[in-house]
Ligand binder design. Structure first.
Ligand SMILES: [Zn+2]
Length: 288
């Protein structure tokens, strides 16, 4: 064996995920667009907007709206800090409480397990002494957060993150290259004759739905969703679905020469080995 490359569920070479913040009323319109085009999104919620009198206001989604239009539609809810505090700036005890309170409140209110996060505010882009990314990364892991989205490094590599706790998206929806990069993503050949170019690609879009109202540009997301929708080589997934699948792939147990691959997980895992497509079902061993 020379190269083994991960494929997404069903053997698909590409995945698309979205991440929208703050649980604002405009998310309802975004949900309608996602439904129309069959896309999946992670909605990052400040639990304080559901539990703290000082943060509750008519601009924020209610518990019932989140249940019906987000959780009920197969989207993910994730931590965005109970009070929206930037871990790079807030002191560790304050930031830890903000993350843990948000996680426990969302889990209690919605009866789910919440392990995802998007860094609020400036997140980890501005780290004030004595905070450090190493420390933030360590306490988030201890709090059971498995991935967290950062910002400000848009790029068209379409690579999965090296570190899920510093997950850099492809683009904010206001990026002037958005449609160009969407075309590049669609045109990328998942079956290229050079095997190393068949790596799993991810397009990760993020933003705030209220920006579409503020900039009067709902057509941006409508055109993006339409362009990306209904493609047989794209897996439409939430952030946590991508994390969990990649994690399952990472848990495959392989002989030193790569010829025997055991899948100890409960997920069927797909891969591409030296030009051929394979999958390993839960509990099974693939012998090449
Ligand atoms: Zn936010």
């Amino acid at each position: 064996m020379r190269y083994r490359l991960m494929r997404y569920p069903g053997g698909k070479p590409k995945a698309l995920t979205l991440s929208y913040d703050d649980g604002i009323r405009a998310d309802l319109k975004l949900c309608e667009i996602l439904k129309k085009y069959g896309l999946k999104c992670t909605f990052n919620i400040n639990s304080g907007s559901l539990t703290l009198p000082s943060m509750i206001n008519p601009n924020r989604l209610t518990v019932d709206e989140i249940k019906e239009h987000i959780v009920g539609a197969g989207h993910e809810i994730a931590v965005h800090g109970r009070r929206h505090l930037a871990p790079g700036i807030a002191s560790a005890p304050v930031a830890i409480k903000d993350v843990l309170d948000c996680r426990t409140e969302l889990e209690e209110i919605f009866g789910t397990v919440v392990r995802g996060m998007a860094y609020p505010d400036t997140g980890i882009t501005k780290i004030h002494y004595p905070n450090s990314f190493a420390s933030i990364r360590s306490y988030l892991s201890e709090l059971g957060i498995v991935y967290s989205r950062t910002l400000s490094a848009d790029n068209n590599s379409f690579m999965l993150p090296e570190d899920f706790l510093a997950w850099v998206p492809t683009a904010h929806h206001n990026n002037p290259n958005l449609m160009k990069w969407a075309d590049e993503f669609i045109e990328a050949d998942g079956y290229h004759k050079i095997i190393t170019r068949r790596y799993p690609r991810l397009f990760y879009l993020w933003g705030h739905s209220y920006e579409f109202d503020n900039n009067d540009n709902w057509d941006v997301i409508e055109r993006f969703a339409e362009k990306m929708s209904g493609r047989s080589d794209i897996w439409y997934a939430t952030n946590i679905e991508i994390y969990e699948y990649v994690e399952a792939y990472g848990r495959l147990v392989t002989s030193a020469d790569g010829s025997r691959i055991y899948n100890p997980t409960v997920t069927e895992v797909f891969m591409h080995i030296d030009g051929k497509e394979y999958s390993v079902k839960p509990g099974e061993t693939l012998v090449l």
